[in-house]
Design a protein around this ligand. Sequence first.
Ligand code: ATP
Length: 222
Amino acid sequence: MIRFEHVFKRYPERGEALTNISFEMKVGEMAFLTGHSGAGKSTLLRLIGLLERPSRGQILVNGRNLATLPRRQIPYHRRQVGMIFQDHRLLPDRSIFDNVALPLVVTGLGQKEVGRRVRAALDQVGLLKRERATPVALSGGEQQRVGIARAIVGRPPVLLADEPTGNLDPDLSREIFELFERFQYVGVTLLIATHDLALVNSMQHRTFTLDDGRLLNDTGRW
Ligand SMILES: Nc1ncnc2c1ncn2[C@@H]1O[C@H](COP(=O)(O)OP(=O)(O)OP(=O)(O)O)[C@@H](O)[C@H]1O
């Protein structure tokens, strides 16, 4: 589902942020991405989401080579990859329903179908009853779950999360990670960047470790 072949990413002002990264993730695999601050975790996720392009190397997502993807297919690719961020990035003046519906607006789906999908996504994260609330009325953990509902509403086969529990206490963090496991069971491929080593070590999932842009360790490579 995700394949990196000798991927490098260089920023002119920084030098190499990622150096010769190669790995493969299968459909329905869940993996953690760890490493010190500045190791390149966010950069790696942004390359998969096509928010940035590598300086060298190839990235394939769902069999498609991102380097040769026709421009008109970029929006389609972005819908294949749900992204979850630490800071939720919710629109403060819009309801929870509207925030979750946002990715569907461009798809041309009818209002009824949008409503059905938004409620299905809110149901999965346990927030069906809060659809009329605005983000400020929600706790940090609930806001993060709205961010997750927004990422899954288009039913993407790939989910990427960048420090999704950075602001949450351990119990809420575990709940979020267990929610991710439920998506894995239905075949979603997940890659989760996190500093929370205690949680990573307590769960049985493949773990990538980046160190200064290099893939230092991959527990899935036997
Ligand atoms: N747009 C950019 N322009 C220049 N340098 C960048 C850019 N984005 C990231 N970098 C640099 O690339 C390196 C990797 O950054 P990245 O954000 O991927 O690390 P990270 O592992 O996600 O760190 P953190 O855990 O602090 O979020 C850092 O040195 C960072 O300063």
